[in-house]
Design a protein. Structure first.
Length: 353
């Protein structure tokens, strides 16, 4: 079915079905890219093709299927249509990717319209054992630090604290910023996007066990995830305290941190050299360098990503018998099915001190 301009027409003051689908996908894509969840053009194109085929089918039905009225039965009919059109048996993995995309766009659409989310796609996945198992079994191996690596990294980063057995002095505020960023990924479970977006007001000190030591972070929402609070491991909180002191002493320039509503949340907690938001590649290289120098990563390994640290945070918390619901909430994960990735490695995961 070819898209035609009249499908965008507004009837009775309401946008067309096609217009609603296009805007919802565009909004989700923009938020996903901004939060570092999508970085490859090839992946974006795959999702765009999937959504385009789904949109074409929905607007071609009589009556048209809207984002608000979409049902599990509609999704089943669409998958059957795709099987017949392609004349192949769609793999459970493909079905999972498609349905997960639909669910994420529906989540974004609910956020944009301030309406209850349509749970049809999430429920379809939940009720389809083969699709759910395909996601778990075919997902690439989880990348995380083992207990010895985590222990070594905690010791290395913590050495900047006063009172550390062999305290190590840093040469610049940038070096301390980089160490503290690693501490926040490993000790608070932040994504790269979370960390780079944090305002200076994010650390919470009041109510903690130790005077002047932050014990949790207020993480702003980013479109895909709502605002949340996440605890900070005690060792990481002490490193963050050192960064806050050094940051103030350095007299860093403070660019405004936009809140998306024309206002500001104050300066960034972890700024770049100019006081602006820390760049994606600069952040990635900084995290990689700390992990290499600490001896956790080989310089030629090609690893060193912050998501390794975030996955390790989840495993450490679950190993300590924290509930799956609590850990998911701290990490900003709305769909508990995403937590299944940790079950396969949890039993053999030795807790680091």
């Amino acid at each position: 079915m070819a898209y035609t301009p009249d499908l965008f027409a507004v009837a009775d003051g309401r946008p067309s079905v096609l217009g609603s689908f296009e805007r919802a996908f565009g909004s989700w894509k923009a938020a996903a890219v901004a939060s570092d969840r999508l970085q490859r053009d090839s992946t974006l194109q795959v999702y765009a093709d999937m959504w385009g085929a789904f949109t074409e089918w929905c607007v071609g039905q009589s009556p048209q299927v809207t984002l608000e009225d979409l049902t599990e039965e509609d999704l089943e009919h669409f998958l059957e249509f795709r099987r017949a059109k392609k004349n192949i048996e769609l793999s459970p993995r493909y079905a999972w990717r498609l349905l997960s995309l639909v669910d994420r766009v529906l989540t974004r659409h609910a956020f944009d319209t301030q309406q209850p989310k349509n749970e049809a796609a999430a429920e379809y996945i939940k009720h389809s054992d083969d699709i759910r198992r395909a996601n778990i079994s075919e997902r690439p191996a989880l990348d995380y630090l083992d207990a010895d690596q985590a222990r070594r990294l905690v010791t290395y980063v913590s050495a900047v604290r006063p009172g550390a057995g062999e305290r190590r002095l840093v040469s610049s505020w940038q070096e301390l910023r980089n160490l503290t960023a690693v501490a926040m990924h490993l000790g608070a479970g932040l994504t790269p996007g979370d960390l780079r977006e944090l305002p200076l007001s994010a650390p919470v000190v009041a109510g903690g066990r130790w005077k002047g030591v932050p014990w949790k972070l207020k993480v702003p929402g980013n479109g895909n995830r709502p605002a949340r609070e996440t605890p900070i491991a005690p060792w990481a909180g002490q490193v963050l305290r050192q960064w806050l002191i050094a940051r103030a002493d350095a007299g860093l320039r403070t660019a405004p941190h936009p809140d998306g509503k024309g206002g500001s949340q104050g300066p960034f907690l972890f700024p770049g050299r100019s006081g602006q938001q820390w760049g994606k590649m600069a952040h990635y290289e900084a995290i990689k360098q700390v992990m290499e120098i600490s001896g956790v990563d080989d310089p030629d390994s090609g690893s060193g990503g912050a998501f390794r640290l975030r996955h390790t945070f989840a495993l450490r918390q679950l190993r300590r018998k924290r509930s799956v619901e609590d850990v998911a909430r701290w990490m900003g994960i709305a769909n508990l099915e995403e937590m299944d990735r940790y079950r396969g490695v949890l039993e053999g995961y030795e807790e680091a001190a």
